[in-house]
Write a protein that binds this ligand. Structure first.
Ligand SMILES: NC(=O)c1ccc[n+]([C@@H]2O[C@H](COP(=O)([O-])OP(=O)(O)OC[C@H]3O[C@@H](n4cnc5c(N)ncnc54)[C@H](O)[C@@H]3O)[C@@H](O)[C@H]2O)c1
Length: 439
């Protein structure tokens, strides 16, 4: 089947590539000429394990292509995915500018039946908005062309996006016609041969499913972080508490790791957007608002912890291991590391020496005018003459360092572990002044 994808970054590129992998003919459209030129030379704009191999194979075998020429290529496929960004606007609502732009391009150029599929995370009633917008444009063109709107939110996780897409837990499709349902069934038939459901709902329910899922997961994280802060005060161990509650299948063990809170391109903006959407309907999402405020406090917890060990941070050199909001991605959008760095700078540290296996270019861009933030070529280089080390991302590369070397390089043996990756007893044996979260 021919498929067009608008927006060729984390979600659009993974969606397009994986659909090509199951032998659909896929055309990915982006407004960013550089990104498209790079993709044609197999330069992938993101770090995502396994993606490049699939892009290369499907491009070489003519099932995947890239263009910026949107209007010329609307005719290419019946199924058109919109996977453009929905970043927060100034009022923390989802900014639908890019979605509207895609719907407009499609309506202005379509000459036959289309299924317009919202894969971006969009607030409830966005489907209606797209329908009205496209109907108005078709009316002004004085043409009568059928189309359907579908909501098909994406649940992939950065870092294992390809695997998540190829082996989904579920595929949710909000539809309002049998014709659209058939198109979606055809698109996903290769993914649903297992017992994982292709689930059809109405459009509004599908739109809400995505926000409810992300808000629930974010709530689990904030919940365990609150318990962690309590455990710390009373001298308990949040690791044991997580295990003790997570073994109950009604609770489940996932997303119960205490740490420095959630970040990334989805949870923060989706939690805020749901709160804002609620306000439009006079709904006060109390639990979700609490989730957000607990998270805001938790993000700079490592600095508080550091201050408990080194009360005066002025003129100190602080090493940071890990900048990405989680391992296996170079995404730093809303990463807690940004909050930690800004907080350290506000406390007049002398230098921040940071290392991350893949996210340093993005972070260097974020702090391009900040002389005090230095990015080092190797993880150990970040430790040179450091007064303290803060762990902010639980990359495997940081799990088993040579602690003798760490100690040799650092000025003081102070480690704040924001991801609880080390064993306190081993750290104490090695004479580290070590502090973690919730234990
Ligand atoms: N990143 C994730 O892990 C993830 C997971 C699930 C859902 N989502 C949702 O998917 C959507 C996309 O997220 P992302 O991180 O892939 O996107 P993004 O915001 O990072 O990138 C979107 C891409 O769309 C392009 N674009 C913008 N306007 C365009 C237009 N008119 N025509 C063609 N291309 C256009 C941009 O150049 C960019 O390459 C968002 O709504 C996000 O919330 C993201």
């Amino acid at each position: 089947m021919k498929i067009t994808i608008f927006g060729t970054w984390y979600v659009g590129l993974v969606t397009g590539t994986c659909l090509a992998e199951v032998w659909h003919d896929v055309l990915c459209i982006d407004i960013d000429q550089q990104k498209v030129d790079n993709l044609k030379e197999w330069i992938i704009p993101i770090y995502e394990p396994g993606l490049q191999e699939l892009v290369v194979r499907n491009y070489r075998e003519w099932r995947l292509d890239f263009t910026t020429d949107a209007s010329a290529w609307v005719a290419f496929a019946t199924a058109i995915f919109s996977a453009v960004g929905t970043p927060p606007d100034a009022n923390h609502k989802a900014d639908l500018r890019f979605v509207k732009a895609v719907a407009t391009t499609v309506a202005e150029n379509m000459t036959d039946y289309k299924v317009f599929i919202n894969k971006s995370t969009v607030p409830v009633t966005t489907g209606d908005m797209c329908k009205d917008l496209m109907s108005d444009i078709l009316k002004s063109r004085e043409v009568n062309i059928d189309f359907d709107i579908v909501s098909n939110p994406e649940f992939l996780k950065e870092g294992c996006a390809v695997k998540d897409f190829m082996l989904p837990d579920r595929i949710v499709c909000g539809v309002e016609s049998e014709r659209a349902k058939q198109v979606m069934t055809e698109i996903y038939k290769s993914f649903t041969r297992t017992d994982k459901p292709l689930m059809f709902t109405d459009i509004k329910s599908s739109e809400i499913i995505k926000y409810a899922a992300n808000s629930f997961l974010a709530t689990k994280i904030s919940f365990i972080n609150e318990i962690a802060n309590f455990a710390e005060l009373v001298g308990a161990n949040v690791g044991d508490i997580s295990k003790g509650i997570g073994l109950d299948p009604r609770i489940g063990s996932k997303f119960l790791h205490a740490g420095i809170g959630y970040g990334g391109s989805c949870f923060p903006k989706d939690v805020s957007a749901l709160i804002e959407t609620g306000k439009e309907y006079w709904i006060d999402f109390k639990i979700i608002k609490a989730t957000e405020s607990v998270n805001a406090r938790q993000k700079t917890k490592p600095v508080e912890k550091l201050q408990s060990l080194l009360p005066e941070l002025k003129w100190k050199t602080i090493a940071i291991w890990g900048l990405a909001f989680k391992p296996k991605t170079d995404d730093i959008r809303d990463a807690p590391s940004i909050d930690v760095i800004n907080k350290l700078l506000s406390l007049w540290v002398d230098t921040i020496r940071a290392f991350d296996p893949v996210a340093m270019d993005n972070m260097a861009h974020e702090f391009e005018n900040e002389q005090k933030v230095i990015f080092t070529a190797r993880n150990y280089d970040a430790l040179k003459s450091a007064d303290a080390l803060i762990i902010l991302t639980e990359w495997d590369a940081f799990r088993n360092p040579d602690f003798d070397k760490v100690s040799e390089l650092m000025k003081w043996n102070v480690i704040v572990d924001g991801r609880n990756i080390y064993n306190k007893h081993i750290m104490q044996e090695k004479w580290f002044n070590y502090i973690w979260i919730g234990k």
